[in-house]
Design a protein around this ligand. Structure first.
Ligand SMILES: Cc1cc2nc3c(=O)[nH]c(=O)nc-3n(C[C@H](O)[C@H](O)[C@H](O)COP(=O)(O)O)c2cc1C
Length: 186
């Protein structure tokens, strides 16, 4: 399977980046083809301007940047977004990528795209128990997993929140290992 991995973190050695690298290693070991988009490294502009407001659905009527990003997305069969949980959602950089690229006529509306499978991996300081206490998992699942993937007719989809990121190296090593296994079974 051809997988687009979208990494969103400002720091190269972040746990988020390590989880992304581990997922990629696992996915490649299982025969998948992986393309990485590092939004910060590429200095992606997340601000949606007039040119990228939903138009008649014709790709050529969106900005050059959105045309490039959509073609890159659509050249794959699966998308995996890997990001730290910031204010119970995705960072603005990644949100802007979704705002601009997952656009009318491209991924929804009168659209036929190639993405069959989606996975969201989010790193959170809150532990699993703390996330459950306030029902954050279900809230985030509804807004991001259902809200983006289901809305864009991607039936095979999953949200994975890796919690307790400030509990130390041993705990974080388990997240890196789990990401590798996720890649292997993707
Ligand atoms: C702006 C900002 C907002 C954050 N919001 C949350 C949050 O809503 N829930 C949470 O559990 N952790 C939150 N955190 C903590 C991050 O999730 C944590 O720093 C991250 O999981 C650590 O991984 P990293 O080293 O790859 O950044 C926030 C951190 C920042 C910088």
């Amino acid at each position: 399977m051809k997988i687009l991995v979208v990494l969103c973190h400002p720091r190269e050695e972040s746990l988020t980046a390590q989880v992304a690298n581990s997922f990629i290693k696992g996915a490649i070991s299982n025969g998948n083809e992986v393309e990485l988009v590092d939004l910060y490294k590429e200095n992606f502009n997340p601000v949606l301007n007039i040119k990228d407001e939903p138009n008649d659905g014709n790709l050529l009527n969106y900005s050059q940047e959105v045309q490039f990003e959509f073609n890159r997305l659509n050249n794959n069969e699966a998308v995996v977004m890997i990001f730290p949980l910031w204010w119970w959602s995705m960072p603005a950089m990644l949100k802007g990528w979704v705002d601009r690229v997952w656009n009318y006529g491209l991924t929804y509306g009168e659209a036929s795209h190639n993405i069959k499978k989606g996975l969201l991996i989010s790193l959170a300081a809150h532990t699993q128990k703390e996330l459950e206490k306030r029902d954050y998992y279900n809230a985030i699942d509804t807004s991001l997993n259902v809200g983006i993937f289901d809305y864009n007719k991607i039936d095979e989809r999953e949200l994975l929140i890796l919690g307790g990121t400030d509990l130390g190296d041993d705990h974080c090593a388990k997240h890196i290992e789990l990401a590798y296994k996720k890649g292997c079974s993707f």
